[in-house]
Design a protein around this ligand. Structure first.
Ligand code: ZN
Ligand code: ZN
Length: 267
């Protein structure tokens, strides 16, 4: 069975991404209440009690706020780095496994995750590169800029889920206070549609089968703007499918290494 990836929801009100291989079912981030997580997993015929691990990218509430609750309720181990654990108040002697950046986390017989550090102010955030059955998939969110190290790990991934947070014109003309606008667009904030497009132009090849744009700002972005801006940068090489995951998922499942058109596996 190829690795599957399903966003249970994405945005500033909560993020959770489900990765399933033959042997392992893991959640990257858990920013929902226990009830919401259960409801969203039930929609695809699953229960949180089936999860083998919750892996948390950073401590912000929309990514880690529901990790402790879910861990206790369904007895699921949490994997995160030390900074994230201490910000979330997780007991290091409890059901927590600490990882270091760039050290592979083995999850079950057939899946591993590589945490790659990314700049995000006030947080020790990481992107994850999942490997399973010879395929690699990336899940990247909440970063103000790319790094050469991240780009190197993204090359060769057949699936990339990446944030496309804001449209630069909408942000500057929008209702946010000047200081917040500065923070979002700074190096440690979030990626704009244009920055995401440029990063993808650097790493996408004809082997990239699927892309998902995530964490769109409800105030400063629109799905068609994110998609058209990103495609503008990559259309000459990219031949896979592109989708957008919004706040209320799950909306679809990708089988890593295949395009949606090949599988027709829309949930
Ligand atoms: Zn976030
Ligand atoms: Zn964040």
């Amino acid at each position: 069975m190829p690795l599957s990836i399903t966003h249970l929801g994405s945005g500033s009100r909560g993020n959770a991404t489900l990765l399933c291989s033959e042997d392992a079912k893991i959640l990257i981030d858990q920013g929902f209440s226990g009830r919401q997580l259960e409801k969203r997993m039930n929609r695809i015929g699953m229960s949180p009690s089936e999860l083998d691990a919750i892996v948390v990218s950073h401590h912000h509430g929309d990514h880690g706020g529901g990790a402790g609750i879910a861990s206790r309720r369904w007895d699921i181990p949490i994997h995160c780095n030390f900074t994230t654990a201490s910000h979330l108040g997780l007991d290091p002697t409890g059901n927590v496994e600490l990882f270091e950046s760039l050290q592979r986390i083995e999850l079950g017989e057939d899946m591993s995750l590589l945490p790659v550090p990314v700049p995000h102010s006030g947080a020790e955030n990481v992107a994850f590169i999942a490997s399973s059955g010879g395929q690699r998939a990336a899940v990247i969110t909440d970063l103000g800029s790319s790094t050469e190290e991240l780009a190197n790990h993204l090359r060769g991934c057949t699936h990339i889920s990446i944030e496309s947070n804001y449209d630069i014109k909408r942000l500057w003309k929008g209702p946010y206070a000047e200081s917040l606008k500065q923070r979002i667009s700074a190096n440690g904030g979030h990626l704009s549609n244009d920055q995401t497009g440029r990063l993808l132009a650097d790493v996408v090849t004809e082997k990239t089968k699927s892309l998902v744009l995530t964490h769109l700002s409800q105030e400063n972005n629109l799905p068609h703007l994110a998609e058209s801006t990103v495609l503008y940068h990559i259309e000459e090489v990219f031949q896979g499918d592109i989708a957008i995951s919004l706040q209320d998922g799950p909306e679809f499942t990708h089988w890593v290494g295949q395009s949606q058109l090949e599988t027709g596996m829309l949930v």
